[in-house]
Design a protein. Sequence first.
Lengths: 186, 186
Amino acid sequence: MLPLQIHLTLPPWIGDVVDADRRYEGDEERVGLAIALSRQNVEHGGGGPFGAALFDADSGRLIAVGVNRVIPQGCSVAHAETMAMMIAQQRLGRHRLNEDGGRYALAASSQPCCQCYGATVWAGIDELLIGARTEDVEELTAFDEGPLPADWIGELERRRIAVRRDILRDQARTVLAAYGAGGAPY
Amino acid sequence: MLPLQIHLTLPPWIGDVVDADRRYEGDEERVGLAIALSRQNVEHGGGGPFGAALFDADSGRLIAVGVNRVIPQGCSVAHAETMAMMIAQQRLGRHRLNEDGGRYALAASSQPCCQCYGATVWAGIDELLIGARTEDVEELTAFDEGPLPADWIGELERRRIAVRRDILRDQARTVLAAYGAGGAPY
């Protein structure tokens, strides 16, 4: 009998630390939430120090969040960004978020890995907002981030996905450094 | 209240068309199953003409299958390959399939897109077996397959993932062509 389904969850503490009704204005508030989620994921022992959040880019409404769930869920696909994308799509009932004519922003505490990079191409996202760079992740933790196209930003921009990075980069690096040092308190 | 979970399923007809107890010997039998799944997914009106299957590479035991579920599930991540990987990982209870010392093969009816390419890097797969090429997909259907690293095969091989392609390529192209022509019968 082949298994035919997948069930993935975010941790229950998300409800305690995220203000779902707040409007998140501007890139720093949006990436700031993703970084806060990355920090909480480490503090709760949930696995990789990565967080993401998906917003209606115009109103600042929060659609969904994600944290890395690879270890607790036994699922290599369950990165912060893919969790946020999948939950946002199920919430809005469509696989391309912006096919309603709206604009959507994905904020990530660190630059997406090779898997999540590819996933952003299909998700119907208009803006990718990034905290730490891949070189920060690889400098401060043991994570490999995988191979990307040489002109990874240009490839997204040609598909009408704006990329802005180094947003609260130092703050994002602080979480990575604490994780890399073995979960020292902040 | 933020949604905190994702539930993805394969279609119920999978149980009728896949012999879960058979041993699949060799690349052609393995990619052949992935292509059969791609054909069935089109015939059942399930969406994209893509199938995948994940095997214990040494014994030929089938661990999990996947078909493209983007449209029925409203989920851009739910490609055939990611479905097969996630279900296999949940079945075996670990996010890196080969961390038990076994060897695992992912067979895909077509070359993985940019998202699934990246996902293969993390899944604990030892062999990637491919039917049709990306240029076949883009020639015969309207799908964009997304940007890859220039040396995408070398990047996998450096991570100890063997890549073999053009396996039953003509058969895989036939499904793509029928899909591209609007679902004509086979």
